[in-house]
Write a protein that binds this ligand. Structure first.
Ligand SMILES: C[S@@+](CC[C@H](N)C(=O)[O-])C[C@H]1O[C@@H](n2cnc3c(N)ncnc32)[C@H](O)[C@@H]1O
Ligand SMILES: [Zn+2]
Length: 243
């Protein structure tokens, strides 16, 4: 049977844009999508919703997004990692979440056992505004720090990681996800070309490896996963009890 979900979703977007007042659009569209994507085939671990499928992202259509909470694959993977591979969601913890993604912020901030703070240089999503290279929290303040696609935008990523290490409690975990230099020379050559553009447009560095600073700062890497071309790296690291 042909899947009519996507054309219907596009019609819904157009109708909502022309008929619904701006402040209510997000809410109304979400209600419509819950109906359009209703089903039992996939489950979003972030919000627990079940759907016929995940929907294509609005800016990147290859990304699969939860119709209810907007979680993308990487958010769902991070949440699953926290839930399945750590005990962090089961005990009292303090969490610092940089440049919060809506879905993860929603899930982390609702944990009954967590003291949760989100931070960003600016914007409306985060609870507090601050510079990651000059963090106003005291030493050893957080059990978990989540930092996704932020370090690649920081001119001095070592300084940012030194600040993160300082405010991480001994035994605490850091979860990082960033664009990094690819494994093959040809990939790095393409990244070099792309970086001429991304640095100018978004200050996005593509050819660094924050994991090198993570290790040099004395954190113990527990998990290091790279995408197929090696251009995205996920790191889980822990601050030793005595550093
Ligand atoms: C590409 S966005 C990442 C957003 C989100 N984490 C995600 O993965 O979709 C990069 C974020 O880094 C933040 N940022 C850039 N420089 C920063 C700084 N010096 N301190 C704190 N945040 C910074 C920007 O404000 C922006 O929200
Ligand atoms: Zn969800």
């Amino acid at each position: 049977m042909t899947d009519r979900t996507q054309p219907l979703d596009r019609i819904a977007q157009r109708l909502v844009r022309s008929l619904v007042p701006a402040p209510a659009r997000r809410f109304v569209l979400r209600r419509i999508r819950l109906l359009l994507y209703r089903g039992e085939r996939v489950e979003c671990p972030c919000c627990g919703g079940r759907f016929s499928r995940f929907m294509p992202g609005l800016s990147h259509r290859a990304v699969r997004v939860c119709p209810r909470c907007g979680a993308q694959e990487r958010h769902r993977a991070l949440w699953l990692y926290l839930r399945e591979r750590t005990d962090l969601l089961e005990r009292d913890i303090s969490i610092l979440h940089w440049a919060p993604e809506y879905a993860l912020q929603r899930s982390l901030s609702r944990l009954p056992n967590a003291f949760y703070v989100s931070a960003d240089l600016d914007g409306d999503e985060a609870m507090q505004h601050m510079d990651i290279t000059d963090v106003p929290f005291k030493d050893d303040a957080f059990d978990l720090i989540v930092c996704v696609h932020v370090l690649e935008h920081i001119p001095d990523d070592r300084r940012a990681l030194a600040e993160i290490t300082r405010v991480l409690r001994p035994g605490g975990r850091l979860l990082l996800l960033d664009h990094v230099r690819g494994s093959a020379r040809i990939v790095r050559a393409v990244q070099w070309l792309l970086e001429r553009l991304t640095l100018r447009l978004e200050g996005d560095h593509l050819l660094r490896r924050p994991i090198e600073h993570v290790r040099a700062l004395g954190l113990r890497v527990e998990r290091d996963e790279r995408s197929k071309l090696g251009v995205v790296e996920r790191v889980a690291a822990r601050k030793p009890e005595a550093i």
